[in-house]
Design a protein around this ligand. Structure first.
Ligand code: ZN
Length: 492
């Protein structure tokens, strides 16, 4: 029994009414709290001497995520997200949403199935279609399991009763699954056949206005990437299959990246190698310098100014100031949410331990209590219960993971906590029972353990919560550019 005093709750009803209310509230928090003993986390047990069949290329993030039971491979190239990783994914979704709303975005949901008819009109079925999943319904009508939604959203606006210039700009976004039948799906969530994406589409009256919207959304993107605290680079990119006139990509620098990025050390220009002319790939297109750094990047976000590439063929118009229809000017903006999780872990983690961006970590704090049957068990549990209550007040019950698997040693549970990369892990062990100066162990992700008294531990947790709040409030700044340059010149 781990909660003798709590499982028998009759004592609550002997308390005065106001204390009853508080106790019940406390009890509710404890019951709702995340218990490691209840957590579905199907870790991969690899028997000693096992011959591991290497069916696809592994990356550090994929290895850790599957071994620790955060992600399970589904059928070839798809992945099943388990509860701990789902929490990180949800954190990423809410951070993306926050930034899209701040930029003026409105959230919608479009069907996964897009009639292929629409893609014929924009000419996108004329090229290579080997990466598209196509299905037919019972009447024989053909659909794409959408890899992107330009056609679908533009057709939706085209069939909407006249849109007035007064309603523009319009920024609509969604967060949902996307499908791509990759020839080489690899590195787990980094390049899967089904993935979670945020896609935003913007509509303006003129090219100039669309450029202003592009700048606003780009600012939101930069803020989002700063909030994640993973070094990133923003580079000029080719417009490719999307078309349009202007395009930027956001990358995390990693050897498993599939893009080559070039950065000019004299003028700071940064671009995907694909935008450089093949014979001039060693010369900066802006200042003609030959001092170029090369790095590998994982593309995690992409923005495009599309112009009328989709609105014209699909007839999406608005009524101008004199009531005449004009073609809408568009932009589109993607963030690969599952890919960001994998790529951020790829950059931050060590060989054996996950490291999360602060705002994405599944939990803020993991609390480990004494082992069952140890001599300090009873008094240490009293302290553990007090701590649970106090921690809940500081970081909220949903941010706290209580490792209540008391049949396991502290050492075993601490090893798990470290591998999962919780930002803060607190251990209530033998030293917590020292009469004169009880001490708790605090393990911050990536740091050596320190011994602190209870108040110091609580202060450290409060500091972490404050840091998260500060990250969320981060306002636009020009530091980004400096950081981009520093990142590229450091990493190569
Ligand atoms: Zn240059």
């Amino acid at each position: 029994m781990q909660w003798p005093a709590l499982i028998d709750v009759h004592w609550i009803f002997n308390l005065p009414a106001e204390l009853q209310y508080l106790s019940l509230h406390y009890l509710k928090c404890i019951i709702n709290m995340n218990k490691a003993s209840r957590l579905f986390c199907p870790a991969l047990v690899i028997p000693k001497n096992a011959v591991v069949k290497q069916t696809e290329q592994l990356s550090l993030s994929q290895k850790l995520l599957t071994e620790l039971g955060l992600v399970k491979p589904g059928s070839n190239g798809t992945y099943q997200i388990m509860p701990i990783a789902q929490r990180a994914l949800d954190n990423c979704v809410s951070l993306v949403q926050r930034n899209m709303q701040e930029a003026g975005g409105q959230k919608i949901s479009l069907p996964v199935l897009t009639p292929t008819q629409l893609w014929k009109k924009t000419g996108r079925l004329d090229g290579d279609i080997s990466e598209f999943y196509m299905v037919r319904d019972r009447s024989g009508k053909q659909f794409l399991m959408s890899p992107t939604h330009e056609e679908a959203i533009t057709a939706m606006l085209a069939t909407t009763a006249p849109i007035s210039y007064r309603q523009l700009p319009l920024l609509l976004y969604q967060i949902g699954p996307k499908f791509r039948d990759e020839l080489k799906s690899r590195f787990g969530l980094m390049r899967a056949k089904e993935f979670l994406m945020k896609d935003m589409y913007t509509f303006d009256v003129t090219k100039e206005k669309a450029e202003l919207t592009y700048a606003t959304v780009s600012e939101a993107y930069e803020r989002f990437f700063r909030q994640l605290e993973v070094p990133f680079v923003k580079v000029e990119a080719a417009t490719g299959i999307m078309g349009g006139s202007q395009s930027h990509e956001y990358h995390y620098i990693s050897p498993v990246g599939e893009d080559t990025l070039l950065n000019c050390s004299s003028c700071g220009y940064a671009g995907n190698a694909e935008v450089f002319e093949p014979d001039a790939s060693s010369t900066c297109p802006t200042c003609r310098s030959t001092q170029l750094n090369r790095v590998r990047g994982v593309e995690v976000a992409h923005t495009f100014l599309l112009g009328d590439k989709y609105s014209k063929p699909l007839g999406a118009t608005f009524l101008n100031t004199s009531g005449k229809p004009e073609t809408l000017v568009m932009g589109c903006y993607g963030i690969g949410i599952t890919r960001i999780i994998a790529a951020a872990l790829e950059v931050l983690s060590t060989e054996h331990e996950l490291r999360w961006p602060t705002l994405l970590a599944p939990y803020d704090v993991c609390l480990i209590g004494p082992k069952q049957g140890s001599k300090e068990q009873v008094p240490a549990e009293r302290l553990e219960n007090d701590l649970l209550q106090q921690l809940t007040q500081i970081c909220g019950d949903q941010q706290l993971l209580h490792d209540d698997r008391k049949e396991l040693t502290i050492g075993k549970r601490l090893l798990d906590a470290k591998r999962l990369g919780h930002p803060l892990t607190i251990v209530v062990g033998a030293k917590a029972m020292q009469q004169d100066a009880p001490k708790l162990e605090l393990h911050a992700s990536g740091s050596e353990k320190i011994e602190l008294n209870i108040n110091e531990v609580l202060e450290r947790v409060a500091l972490h919560v404050r840091h998260k709040q500060q990250l969320l409030q981060q306002m636009p700044s020009s530091e980004t550019d400096v950081r981009i340059r520093q990142t590229v010149s450091h990493v190569h």
